[in-house]
Design a protein around this ligand. Structure first.
Ligand code: ADP
Ligand code: ASP
Ligand code: MG
Length: 413
């Protein structure tokens, strides 16, 4: 009997009506003769609501307590959905992350899954029960609740698919699949029938929130086919799978943007061996995630150095480097918050030339200044002023002809 993991996101379980509708789909999948594990998010807006409650008590809530708080949203939906399924005569049972044996590291609010025992899930499946698992959560070695980072229920689903060797993982959301860019930003965005793991990993990590980045990494490592679909329709969605020849035909598959970054510039840095290592060691000691780095050509023994960090860490990065400035001889530390990273992604870039030139010239034609550039084999990212984000995404989407092709006019006969 095939084993399918179905994950339903926040909008898909955002009300009692929606929970009832979703239970109908689950019941149909079960009655069609599949074994099924369901993973749920919190109702839409619930995690933000809970975080906001914490903020009314303190601006820097304890991370362990934050995890206890925000993991509760998924617990609510898992039990409500189990009840809705039982109402339909489906033998369902809700489970927390802990009950299904999801063990994570100790990084509260950003934990990584280390191990899944899944014994209770196997047992439930053997008894033809439909387990409804609260996504986004696990426990650390001392049994404290941890959460997997915003959007982390996708990762719960794919990780369970890997642990249970499922045949398919379906991610049900509020759009019809993975698009060439966010369809809520660019109305001409086109749904992709399939996308390679590698491209999806880049798109997710560069800002396409339709899948949590780590869920794609799990899918790629364990070769789990993932289908992203809408819970509001019967559309076939997008298959995330192995790269194939068809995918390499176009140079660019998708455009993403990330407004969640900030730029730190160090002015007047001594141009000597060992300085960069001192700077980045100081940041890594505080687990700071540094992304793009640019160093200018040195002049008269001094240089400037810029890099990006997640916006939430920007003040801390500035503080760390301001403390280091005197010891290392850095003249000034400047923070620029209003930036965005716009990226183009595609496995076809490996075999097409002129892609970067086209990206830069189209941005220039719109008067958009590029502050930083980084590339890999299958992506090019540019940091620009955040006020140009939507314009840049739309311009590049058009330049690489990613939109829906207009239907050709029929010839009158
Ligand atoms: P869920 O609550 O179901 O997990 P999310 O809000 O996390 O849903 O992700 C779905 C959203 O991702 C869509 O509503 C869409 O605005 C956004 N999105 C961003 N980039 C893309 C893309 N390339 N394709 C599809 N959706 C995208
Ligand atoms: N509820 C969590 C969030 O809002 C996890 C998820 O929805 O995947 O980020
Ligand atoms: Mg999500």
């Amino acid at each position: 009997m095939p084993l399918i993991i179905q994950k339903y996101g926040g909008t898909s379980v955002g009300s009692i009506d929606r929970i009832n509708i979703v239970s109908e789909r689950i019941a149909a999948t079960y009655q069609a003769g599949n074994r099924l594990v369901v993973v749920v998010s919190a109702m839409t807006g619930e995690t933000d609501r809970l975080l906001n409650l914490a903020r009314q008590i303190t601006l820097s809530p304890n991370q362990r307590e934050t995890d206890m708080l925000i993991s509760s949203g998924e617990r609510v939906t898992s039990s409500l959905l189990a009840m809705a399924l039982q109402n339909r005569g489906i033998p369902a049972q809700s489970f927390t992350g802990r009950q299904v044996g999801i063990l994570t590291d100790n990084a509260h609010t950003q934990a990584r899954i280390e191990q899944i025992s899944a014994d209770r899930l196997k047992d439930a499946l053997a008894r033809e029960i439909v387990p409804v698992v609260a996504g986004f959560q696990g426990i650390n070695q001392v049994s404290d609740v941890t959460t997997l980072g915003r959007g982390g229920s996708d990762t719960t689903a794919v990780a369970l698919a890997a642990a249970l060797k499922a045949d398919l993982c379906e991610i049900f959301t509020d759009v019809e699949g993975v698009y060439t860019t966010d369809p809520n930003v660019v109305s001409s965005a086109r749904r992709l029938q399939k996308i390679s793991y590698e491209e999806m990993l880049e798109m997710a990590s560069l800002g396409a929130k339709v899948l949590h980045t780590r869920s794609v990494a799990f899918a790629m490592n364990y070769q789990i086919p993932v289908r992203v679909r809408s819970s509001f329709s019967d559309g076939e969605g997008t298959l995330v799978t192995e790269e194939d020849h068809e995918m390499e035909q176009e140079p660019v598959s998708g455009i993403t943007c990330d407004k969640n970054q900030a730029k730190v510039t160090l002015i007047g840095v001594p141009d000597q061996p060992g300085i960069a290592s001192k700077i980045f060691e100081a940041l890594s000691r505080e687990n700071m995630n540094v992304d793009m780095i640019i160093q200018n050509v040195g002049q008269e023994g001094l240089t400037d150095l810029s890099f990006t960090v997640p916006r939430g860490n920007a003040d801390q990065a500035k503080e760390i480097l301001s403390k280091l400035a005197d010891a290392v001889g850095i003249k000034d530390v400047v923070l620029t918050e209003r930036i965005a990273k716009v990226s183009i992604v595609g496995v076809g870039m490996r075999s097409h030339s002129g892609v970067a030139a086209k990206m830069f010239s189209r941005l220039a034609a719109e008067g958009i200044n590029i502050m930083m550039i980084s590339t890999s084999e299958i992506k090019i990212s540019c940091v620009i002023h955040s006020k140009y984000t939507e314009l840049a995404v739309r311009t590049l989407h058009e330049a690489f002809e990613l939109g829906m092709k207009p239907t050709p006019n029929r010839k009158k006969t």
